[in-house]
Design a protein around this ligand. Structure first.
Ligand code: KG4
Ligand code: ZN
Length: 369
């Protein structure tokens, strides 16, 4: 039997994406139609403009994916979409309707996967030596900040235990709002997160950095994230140096504050990864009575593109278990932010777990997973 191929479609936020992935772990096509040029001027995603743009972007992406793979629908075995998102309803529905129409018209099975599940499972597609279970997922994106314990219950079937969620903003949101606040212009073809990261590059000639104390934010004592306080802190500290934030903020201040922000945002994530590992190992007051031996850590979602976060996480895990080191995995940058290859791949796994059976067509869009 030849490996089977899944066409994945993703339109949850501001990217229209389509990809074709084979069950032998080959990405045959991976197309992302970005909308940054539409949203750059407002500094955030405009839902109606995004939806309108998907109505063109989704079919264009599907056509380009088939072209890139030099395939027609006869070569595709199944379609994967994300009915439950999460994402913006109007945006999601453009992709879901396209996926369903294609599935019905071509008499192919359709599988629905969860966007965060797809982020979590990406390294199983991209690593030659895939991560071992149970694994701890740090999911850091624009919509979510989560720690998830993922175990394999039977081949291709996984159980997800959510250990931590954010109590307010996501880490991606914090990056995006801080970039706007510090008036950081978007890099070509990039959003606010990577643009802030570029501003946060250490610069020994920037004297302002030493004048700003490390940002301390109010964080929950329990295993949970909170990022709303960090934004307030950035406002306060910036205003001390430059009172009228409506006026153009001097470059030195914006860059120094971006660096302090990034340090604090990443430190909070690192602290919670440490706390989660301690608890899983059975340490401390909230340690598990049934300790879990985590075999690998996977960081994914858009913010996991961040090089500073990658380095700090690597250091942290090396310090925890000197010598042996808990293996750490990141998808390549292009597959860390939203893409359809991860949707198609999660579809491959779901089809395998269900012996090729698709999902029903009447799966409500945005049903809580
Ligand atoms: O996973 P993703 O593409 O979409 C969601 O599922 O939300 O994540 C998008 C988020 C945005 O907040 C974006 O600014 C952030 O990831 N991001 C970054 C970087 N690249 C993307 N944040 C910090 N540093 C980056 N290099
Ligand atoms: Zn995402």
């Amino acid at each position: 039997l030849r490996p089977f191929r899944v066409l994945g479609i993703e339109s949850s936020a501001d990217d229209s994406a389509a990809a074709i992935v084979s069950s032998d772990r080959t990405i045959l096509a991976n197309i992302v139609e970005k909308q940054h040029h539409i949203h750059a001027s407002s500094g955030g995603i405009h839902p109606i403009k995004a939806q309108d743009s998907h109505a063109v972007g989704v079919p264009v992406a599907i056509g380009r994916a088939l072209n890139e793979a030099k395939m027609g629908m006869d070569d595709i075995d199944a379609i994967a979409d994300i009915p439950s998102g999460p994402g913006m309803f109007g945006c999601l529905s453009v992709g879901v309707h396209a996926a369903r129409a294609i599935a019905v018209a071509n008499n192919k099975p359709l599988v629905g996967v969860h966007h965060m599940q797809a982020h979590a499972l990406t390294p199983l597609l991209t690593e030659t030596e895939p991560p071992q279970f149970p694994l701890l997922n740090l999911l850091v994106s624009g919509g979510h900040t989560m720690l998830v314990l993922t175990t394999e219950t039977k081949p291709y079937d996984y159980k997800y235990e959510i250990l931590a969620n954010t109590m307010d903003d996501s880490i991606g949101d914090a990056f995006d709002k801080t970039a706007k606040l510090l008036q950081i212009p978007w890099l070509d073809d990039q959003g606010p997160g990577p643009s802030l990261e570029a501003y946060a590059q250490p610069d020994p000639t920037n004297r302002v950095y030493d004048k700003i104390p490390p940002l301390r934010l109010p964080v929950p004592k329990e295993l949970a994230f909170s990022y709303a306080g960090l934004k307030t802190k950035v406002v306060k500290e910036t205003a001390k140096l430059f009172p009228n934030l409506q006026k153009p903020i001097p470059q030195e201040i914006a860059r120094a504050m971006a660096r302090r922000f990034q340090e604090a945002a990443v430190q909070h994530a690192i602290d919670k990864v440490n706390m989660a590992l301690d608890q899983l190992e059975g340490k401390g007051e909230h340690g598990r009575s049934d300790p879990v031996i985590v075999r690998s850590v996977v960081a994914s979602g858009g913010v996991a593109c961040n090089a500073y976060l990658r380095t700090r996480l690597q250091q942290t895990l090396a310090e925890r278990s000197p010598g042996t080191g808990l293996p750490l995995y990141f998808p390549p940058v292009a597959l860390c932010t939203d893409n359809a290859a991860m949707i198609a791949w999660a579809g491959v796994l779901r089809l395998q777990a269900r012996d090729g059976r698709g999902d029903e067509l009447d799966e409500p869009i945005m049903k809580k997973w």
